[in-house]
Structures are given as C-alpha cells and as structure tokens.
Design a binder for this molecule. Structure first.
Ligand code: HEM
Ligand code: 5AD
Ligand code: SF4
Length: 388
C-alpha cells in the first residue's frame, strides 16, 4: 500500500521562509509574495461545519450536535474553493466542529484537489469507520489530525465530555492506519494534563503518529470557563523549555501551536547551546514563526466569516460579500498583524516580534485587544528594559 507523505509548509532548505515582502509567513512552495507585498497564504483552517458529536470542555466553537443555520451551501463552498489558489498555494485544513458531520465533505475535498490544493483533515476521530477511512484515501486527504487530550480513556473522555470517545478515536486511528493514511495527534495543554505529557507522548509513539502538536489553551468559547486550567506565564516558560529539550530525544515531529513564545525560547536556548537556527537543525520551527494569523494563516468559519484563527472571533470579512482573496489582501486587521508598529505593550517593542508576535487570541480574550501584548509571556524585551 502506498503511503502518502505530507510535506510540511517550509522554505526550501537553505532559503529563508521570507518572501519578497519580507513577511515571515511567506510561501513555502517557492511562490514569492504578491507584487503588492501581500504575503501568500500557507494554511487555511476551514470550519466546513460547526456541528460536532463531542462536547469538549475547552471547545472554542462551543460546538453542539444540532445543525447550525447559515452554513455555506455546497455551491458557496465550491465558489470559495475556486478562490483559494489566488491567495498562494495554501494547504487546506478541513476542520470543524466535526468535519465528518458535513455530508458532502468528500465532494468538497475532491473539488479542492481538482484545483491542485493539498488537503488535510481535523476530525476528532470518533466517526472514522473503515468506509470513511477508505473515502479519505480515495479523495486524497494527505494527513489527518486526531485530538487526544489524555493518555487513557478516563482522562480523555472526561475532557471531551462523552464516554467512549477515547476508544472510538483509537478505533478510528486504526482504520486510518489500515488505509495507510498518516496521522498526527493534537493535544490541548491544560493544568489538568500537564503531568501526563510523557504518557501522552508515549501513546503517540505506540500508535505510530507522525507528529505531535500541542495547543496551548485559549480561554475562549467553552474554554473561557476553564480559568483554573490555564497555566501561568512561568509554567508556559517551563513547559516550552521542556518541549525544546524533549525535541532532541525523538524523531517525531513536534510542534507547539498557540504558543508563539516558543519561537523566542527556541532562539534563546539555541544561542545558549551554540546551535544556529536553521532548517537542518530545527526543521519547520526554523522557517516558520509563532502567530501566523493574517500573515500566512487564516480561519474561515462555517458561515464564511474570515478570522485570523479559530480562537479569535475577529471579523476580517465575509466571503459571501467579498471575494476571499480581497479579504486576505485588504482586511484592516490582517494588515495590522503584518506591521509591528500596530502592536501594543511589550509585543510592540520586542526584538523577537518577527518570530513570535504573541497569541492574538489570548491578547484579545485576556487583555481586551487583539493588538495587546501576549498575556502569558514572561519575557521583558530589551527596549522595554531600557525604557523602564
Ligand atoms: C497536516 C495536518 C494538520 C492538521 C490536520 C492540522 C490541524 C489544525 C487545526 C484543526 C487547527 C485549528 C484551526 C483553528 O481552529 O484555527 C490548526 C491550527 C494551526 N496549525 Fe495545524 N494542522 C496540521 C498541520 C500543521 C502544520 C504542518 C503546521 C505548520 C506550519 C500547522 C500550523 C498550524 C497553525 C499555525 C495553526 C493556527 C493556530 C495558530 O495561530 O497558531 N499545522 N491545525
Ligand atoms: C485543533 C485543536 O484545537 C483544539 N481546541 C479547541 N478549543 C480550544 C481552545 N479553546 N484552546 C486551545 N485549543 C483548542 C482542539 O482540541 C483541537 O485539538
Ligand atoms: S473541540 Fe473539536 S471535538 Fe471537541 S466539541 Fe469542539 S469541535 Fe467537537
């Protein structure tokens, strides 16, 4: 059975990820920035439906099982896909909600593939049957992410709100493996599972995940009620330093998402270790950056609202009213994110801004503005120190 290999969005070895416009989110596929300096899109997270069969405690979407009104129709969804290639050559993440709850998902993926787009999917894993896995393979899904937030059924099911979720996801993973579809595990970091990290990683290894992506909890949606689960700035510093060291012990691809300050920590630690931050030494992390929202990444909601990411409900445009490439190019907020001068507090003066930029969603939910400083970063920029 042939195995699909998902190539990461990265710069060609030896070449910087920055395009002609100098944006760190520039195109990994050799396409430079547009003539006008608009950075090309690398990744689109597209919430094809918000309906979901689970009830996770932290869910940014506060997803429920019932249908949501206003979901893009099949025709609207295809018209949107038609516009994707104009923005660069983005990888499309078919997400949700639970993307498998949208009946026409195979048709949409087939259509996107016919436009030359690379497609990956982010189901929670519980609805993957042998037939679903076969269809995924047939339509050309290149990688699937499955979220696992605890190393065993008790911890995972408690967090995901539905008994049996862990075992159903594990079964789903087995069906993916049977079809030779590669998968990664996504884990949300909370105070509750911090102590279980080694066990979660061991599980990823045992089941044969190609990557482990950790997502640092954003207190939005149902996650806003999880105050006590949000770890402190110092705990973030500790866990991201641990992640830096742990990376050296495994060949599995590790990535910290919604943890932009990891890109600062990586550079601080690499400098101490005397290791240049190159693709050869650090893989994707060397050529990517922390918050890619509006710079190389965006999110499109089930109704067609474009956002910097799923965790920040900042309306940057409506694809039903404005062509998506125009939104990507002209959105006021996206242009703010492309210019450090627009940032407030220490993120506005930080020498690591270009590789970090802080989590814009946490800035919004915890500090009241999408341009405020990252609330969970303990670093004091050199310039802020001088001015103090
Ligand atoms: C290949 C399979 C992958 C799948 C299925 C996947 C899935 C997801 C999903 C579901 C989200 C959340 C979207 C949202 O609600 O906003 C996300 C976020 C994200 N992913 Fe992935 N991902 C994959 C690979 C990657 C890779 C290789 C990268 C590296 C560049 C990446 C970078 C990101 C970024 C930057 C975010 C947005 C969160 C942020 O702003 O930091 N993903 N991913
Ligand atoms: C794509 C990933 O996003 C996670 N996810 C869902 N809601 C939140 C939140 N509030 N904060 C961080 N991650 C979240 C999912 O659990 C999935 O693993
Ligand atoms: S986090 Fe994902 S799986 Fe959980 S309720 Fe939300 S959409 Fe569903």
């Amino acid at each position: 059975m042939t195995k699909t290999t998902f190539e990461h969005p990265k710069a060609a070895p030896g070449k910087p990820a920055h395009g002609a416009g100098g944006h760190p989110g520039a195109c990994p596929h050799g396409h430079g920035a547009a003539q006008d300096g608009t950075p090309p899109l690398r990744l689109i997270a597209w919430e094809i439906t918000r309906s979901c069969n689970l009830a996770c405690k932290h869910c940014r979407a506060e997803a429920h099982t019932e249908p949501y009104p206003g979901e893009l129709t099949n025709a609207e969804a295809k018209a949107l896909i038609d516009t994707f290639p104009e923005t660069g050559n983005p990888i499309v993440i078919f997400t949700g909600g639970e993307p498998l709850m949208r009946k026409d998902w195979p048709d949409l993926v087939r259509y996107a593939k016919s436009k030359g787009l690379r497609c990956v999917m982010a189901p929670n894993g519980t609805l993957i049957t042998p037939e679903v896995a076969k269809t995924m393979k047939e339509v050309g899904i290149e990688r699937v992410s499955i979220s696992i937030d605890g190393p065993c059924k008790d911890t995972h099911d408690e967090f995901r709100g539905v008994p049996g979720a862990f075992e159903a996801s594990m079964r789903g993973i087995q069906y993916l493996k049977d079809e030779g579809i590669e998968f990664q595990i996504n884990t949300t970091v909370t105070r509750g599972n911090l102590g279980m990290f080694k066990d979660i990683f061991k599980l990823c290894e045992e089941i044969g995940a190609v990557a482990w992506h950790i997502f640092l909890l954003v207190p939005t949606g149902r996650g806003a009620e999880l105050g006590a689960e949000i770890i402190s700035a110092q705990e973030y510093e500790d866990v991201l330093n641990w992640f830096y060291d742990f990376r050296k012990t495994t060949s599995m691809q590790l990535k910290a998402t919604c943890a932009p300050h990891y890109h600062r920590i990586l550079r601080q630690r690499a400098k101490e270790d005397g290791i240049p931050v190159t693709f050869e030494n650090f893989g994707l992390d060397a050529v990517s950056r922390g918050c890619l929202g509006g710079v190389g990444f965006c999110f499109i909601s089930h109704t067609g609202i474009v956002q910097p990411c799923g965790y920040l409900e900042l309306d940057c445009g409506d694809v039903k009213k404005t062509p998506f490439p125009e939104i990507w190019k002209n959105s006021k907020h996206f242009n703010e994110f492309r210019n450090q001068d627009c940032f407030e507090g220490k993120c506005g003066v930080c020498e690591y801004h270009k590789v970090c930029a802080g989590c814009r969603a946490r800035a919004y939910t915890m500090n009241g503005s999408h341009l405020a400083e990252e609330p969970l970063c303990s670093y004091t920029p050199r310039k802020a120190k001088k001015d103090a």
